[in-house]
Write a new protein. Structure first.
Length: 136
């Protein structure tokens, strides 16, 4: 049995090296990008009365919304990948959800942010970006 595992690893060596390199690149990008993106969010983002209504009045706003949602989706997928590889998987998933637009998003955000460990982690990452902590 051990021999078959060694043979399988030898056959997949190139793929495993590529996966390792991609994992390291995603890890480094997440260390740099996540605090920056959290720093862009306003302090009062999680206050119940600060809910933003979706407004698309110009074509530029639609393009901006599509790019924001696409970035959120990419962060969501990368976060899921980082659950099994090194990186800030859960925080990437949360940030991806914060960027995307979908029904029930606000209720989900408020439920997630009411978890103290999540709130402390997000504020710690904002601190790393030299930004004041979120209010809730």
């Amino acid at each position: 049995m051990l021999d078959s595992i060694v043979i399988l690893i030898n056959q997949l060596e190139d793929i495993l090296v590529i996966i390792g390199i991609i994992s390291v690149v995603i890890f480094i990008i997440s260390l740099l990008l996540i605090p920056y993106l959290l720093g862009l969010m306003p302090l009062n983002y999680f206050l119940k009365n600060s809910e933003n209504k979706l407004k698309i009045r110009r074509p530029f706003n639609l393009i901006k919304l599509i790019l924001k949602t696409l970035t959120g989706f990419i962060l969501l997928i990368v976060g899921i990948i980082m659950l099994v590889t090194p990186g800030q998987g859960l925080i990437s998933i949360l940030l991806g959800l914060f960027l995307m637009e979908f029904p029930g998003k606000r209720q989900l955000e408020l439920k997630l942010i009411n978890h103290n460990l999540t709130f402390k982690t997000l504020n710690w990452l904002r601190f790393k970006a030299n930004k004041p902590p979120f209010k809730r």
